[in-house]
Write a protein that binds this ligand. Structure first.
Ligand code: SF4
Length: 345
């Protein structure tokens, strides 16, 4: 379901030309610059890219959680269950947040309130959005802690965030997100801060909970290994823009954008004997310092003169695929560059 200009009627969430600007001492910067995508009901879309690409800001924009001096520009559209989030009155927006769309953040210690117990924080979500009594909300909170794999949930519910391990805190965040059965989960690097075994457990938990409830998920990650296991489609973001979108299997079989190719080359592979992973040279330039034509040009192994003169459009490739790269029009260059690189290695 690659984004065309008109949002599909069966999409749960559609973003169209979303732009976020910040006024800084050096002028206006646009860290999210014309982002469009759709998420169908029950689907997981992974939004992938290095730190500083604009993924997290895009996620915050969906629930209008951008603080001043950030600004969502006119012309941006965010349709959630057919309603335009950007024009909703605050009261309706508050009822969507937490009840119909919930966020899971990377670092629960900053997202959880240190002065309330785990159970109180989950119960508070229930009481804010439903007519449940205090004791009913508490019962639901304890049950939810059990459902996300916390043992002795009645005891853990009375504990404060600092008394819980990192993995347990993230389970509490997931319980808060799931307790009202939202139709959309927005998970921003939900397991990055945890050790690998706990990461795998929590990703399984999220997948199972999502499937059991038929919810959709926007999964933000820099880790393509997580994408392969968790998502049906992937949108790759670089310097504020979507540069490639594809069904996951098609993306892994044949990435079209050189940035995606670079991310895949940097993925550790099971059984690989390579000691050093290939990395993409350089870093994501900050907003305001983006190259004027192709924003990836100064890191791209395939770049040629056109790439520094003309910004590539987002080409529609069919079968739900897009790529923001001139190689779509000049594929022979990729073949020639790969042959040269192969001969040199
Ligand atoms: Fe690389 Fe040119 Fe494609 Fe940009 S347009 S990604 S510089 S080949």
């Amino acid at each position: 379901m690659t984004a065309t200009h008109t949002p599909p009627t069966d999409a749960l969430l559609s973003l169209r030309d979303v732009r976020v600007t910040f006024r800084t001492a050096d002028g206006v910067i646009t860290p999210v610059d014309g982002v469009s995508f759709d998420i169908a009901r029950g689907e997981t879309l992974a939004l992938v890219g290095e730190s500083g690409c604009g993924k997290s800001l895009t996620a915050l924009t969906i629930l209008r959680l951008i603080d001043a001096p950030g600004r969502i520009e006119a012309g941006s559209r965010i349709l959630f269950e057919g309603r335009d989030v950007l024009t909703l009155p605050d009261k309706e927006l508050r009822s969507i947040r937490g009840r119909q769309a919930a966020m899971i953040f990377q670092e629960p210690m900053t997202a959880l309130n240190p002065v309330y117990s785990a159970g109180e924080q989950i119960a508070e979500v229930v009481r804010t959005h439903t007519k449940a009594s205090r004791s009913e909300a508490w019962t639901r909170a304890v049950a939810m802690l059990g459902a996300v794999g916390i043992s002795s949930p009645d005891i853990r519910a009375k504990q404060f965030p600092h008394q819980l391990s990192g993995g347990m805190r993230q389970r509490v965040m997931i319980a808060m997100a799931l307790v009202l059965g939202p139709s959309l989960l927005i998970a921003d690097e939900p397991t990055t801060a945890l050790v690998v075994t706990i990461q795998a457990q929590l990703l399984d938990l999220l997948r199972e909970a999502q499937q059991a409830r038929g919810a959709s998920m926007l999964l933000i990650t820099h880790d393509l290994g997580v994408v392969a296991e968790s998502a049906q489609r992937v949108a790759v973001m670089y310097a504020g823009q979507i540069v490639e979108e594809a069904p996951v299997t098609a993306l892994f079989a044949a990435p079209q954008h050189p940035y995606t190719e670079g991310l895949m080359a940097a993925m550790p592979r099971a059984g690989s004997r390579r000691e050093r992973l290939t990395t993409i040279p350089g870093t994501v330039p900050p907003p305001g310092a983006w190259p004027l034509a192709c924003r990836f040009a100064d890191r791209c192994a395939y770049a040629w003169s056109r790439c520094t003169i003309e910004a590539p459009p987002l080409h529609q490739l069919g079968h739900g695929r897009t790529s923001r790269c001139h190689l779509v029009e000049e594929p022979a260059r990729r073949v020639a560059a790969q042959a040269t690189a192969g001969a040199a290695s």
